[in-house]
Design a protein around this ligand. Sequence first.
Ligand code: CTP
Length: 214
Amino acid sequence: MSDNNHHCVIIGIAGASASGKSLIASTIYKELKEKVGDHQIGVITEDRYYRDQSHLSMEERVKTNYDHPQALDHDLLCEHLEALVAGQPADVPVYSYSEHTRMGETTTMTPKKVIILEGILLLTDPRLRNLIHASVFMDTPLDICLLRRMKRDVAERGRTMDSVMEQYQKTVRPMFMQFIEPSKQYADIIVPRGGKNRIAIDVLKAHIARLLKA
Ligand code: CTP
């Protein structure tokens, strides 16, 4: 199945939690799908690569700092990206936010012409920066991110308002300041306001089209 001439463009979208990474990624995905073909574009979220914690109790899992680079298995993510670039499929782990661990199953991603990678800590890792062809940093104001995160984590990730506030103060905000914000220096494009920024979406789509032609 290996195809060493497989041409694959990887776009990396980083930024704070709830900054609109998944919105901009899914918009580009939907709009480019029609152009490059249904099976030629895919989205990988860094969250899928949170480490397996099935050996830990629920009380222990809750204590993990999920905003520190150590919480993520970037070795596996790099391995999968390298396989996809080489024209081989990758078995992407399935992660549960409410269980705080990997589920037993995986989903297979077949090689693509375009892979949109999104995640908070992507640009902190030189190996990932090296694999990414164009990088984006979502520069959404932190107060807007916090409001979105409170709503989302209660509605979709099985959290209470108190737990969201405590986690934000203890780890989410400090890790943003220590790791995520400084990684903005590695971005090719900095997107203000959020995932609905139409001009940013169009610029990215045009750039991807150019990379595909090159
Ligand atoms: N996280 C968590 N519990 C876990 C695993 C991760 O609370 N068991 C949180 C981390 O604190 C981290 C966040 O998940 O801050 C990463 O996801 P986020 O970037 O918020 O979600 P996306 O949908 O990928 O991005 P966006 O909200 O920007 O669209």
